[in-house]
Design a protein around this ligand. Sequence first.
Ligand code: HEC
Length: 140
Amino acid sequence: MTRRTRKIRRAKMKKYLLVIFVLIGMGLIFTVGTAYAIDKEFRKCAGCHKIEEGKKGGMGPNIWGVFGSPAGQVEGYRYSEYLKNSGIIWTRESLQAWLSDRKTRQEYFGKEVKDTKMMWTGIKKEEDMKMILDYLEKMK
Ligand code: HEC
C-alpha cells in the first residue's frame, strides 16, 4: 500500500464517520423533539392527571393504562356517578371523543356526559389529538 492510497482511505473513513455522526445527531434531535412535543401536549392534562404506574392521582385519576380498559376503574379515586356507571371502554375512538369539544362529546356519549367531573374544552388540532392518543396507547 502506498502512502497515497492510505491517505485516500483515511479520507474516505472520515467521510463515513461524519455521515454516521450526522445520522446519530439527527436521530437524537428527533427523539428529544418528539418527547418534548408530547410533554408539552400532556401538560394540558397534567394539572389534573398523573400518568405513572402505581402513583396516586390528583384532581383526576391516574390515567396510566387507561387505554383498552373500562372507565372508572382506578381504585380509591372518587369518580362521578356518571363516569362510574357509564360502561365506556377506552378505545382510540372513545378517547378521541372524550377529549374533543363539548358538542362532539355529547354526540358520542349522549347528553349525560355533562355530568362528568372532567372540565375540558377539547383538543382542537388534529395533530395534537393524534399525539395524545398515541401517547395514551403507549402508556400501559
Ligand atoms: C381540569 C382537570 C382535568 C384536565 C385538565 C383533564 N382531565 Fe381528564 N379527568 C379529570 C377528572 C376529574 C376525571 C374524572 C371524571 C369523572 O369522574 O367524571 C377525568 C377523567 C379522565 C379519563 C377517564 C379515566 C378513567 O379512569 O376512566 C381520561 C381517559 C382522561 N380524563 C384523560 C384526560 C386527558 C388525556 C387530558 C388532557 C388532554 C385530560 N384528561 C385533562 C380531570 C381533568
